[in-house]
Design a protein around this ligand. Structure first.
Ligand SMILES: [Fe+2]
Length: 205
């Protein structure tokens, strides 16, 4: 069975949470200096919250597209660009955790958008909204840890599309088809206009 835009978007979100999980677990081990132990515990709280989310999204994918889509090797590979792109940032680990949370939220939102016209829209929305909500809690905790200020969300859109683009290609198809519709409308307008003129000419004679 081929993947649909919805299952692709869900796989992308699944990969993003996988990546976030491994990244946060590493930040937990890496905590050092002033506040090392509290950071160690904060990151632990954050990575532990991701495990049931990985499970939830996997089960949604299995329901919507089939369990055959849940390939373990592919899943580990798919999580890599997420981890790599955030690890490449030259920022403190708390900042990386914040970017990771924002990026996962963007991936969840994209999957939610892809579900909009499907019969599973409400169920997918419900499953993903809970996960997004717990990421908002993560954003709050990390922001407080950094300096207590609200940070503009800074997702990394290229970090979470290992299974391919969904909304981009869909909107491309939409604009292509509406372009065709406009051309057809224009040509039929010219044709009808020409017929009216020809009839008027014929009446004059
Ligand atoms: Fe530990």
């Amino acid at each position: 069975m081929r993947t649909t835009p919805l299952s692709t978007a869900l796989l992308n979100a699944w990969a993003a949470i996988h990546g976030e999980y491994w990244l946060l677990w590493t930040l937990h081990w890496r905590a050092k200096g002033t506040g090392a132990y509290s950071d160690h515990l904060l990151f632990q709280r954050l990575y532990e919250a991701r495990r049931p989310e990985i499970d939830r999204v996997a089960e949604v994918i299995a329901a919507v597209g089939g369990a055959h889509l849940l390939n373990p090797t592919q899943a580990m590979k798919a999580a890599t660009p997420f981890i790599e792109s955030i690890e490449a940032l030259e920022t403190p680990d708390t900042q990386k955790a914040l970017v990771a949370a924002h990026t996962v939220m963007a991936a969840l939102q994209e999957a939610d958008q892809s579900a909009k016209n499907s019969p599973y829209a409400m169920a997918v929305n419900n499953a993903l909204a809970g996960i997004s909500d717990s990421h908002l809690e993560a954003v709050y905790l990390i922001q407080q840890r950094i300096n207590g200020r609200v940070v503009e969300p800074s997702p990394k859109p290229n970090a979470y599309k290992p299974y391919g683009h969904t909304l981009g290609s869909t909107s491309g198809l939409i604009s292509e088809s509406s372009e065709k519709t406009n051309t057809i409308r224009y040509l039929s307008g010219v044709l009808v206009g020409g017929l009216i003129l020809a009839l008027m000419e014929a009446r004059k004679r």
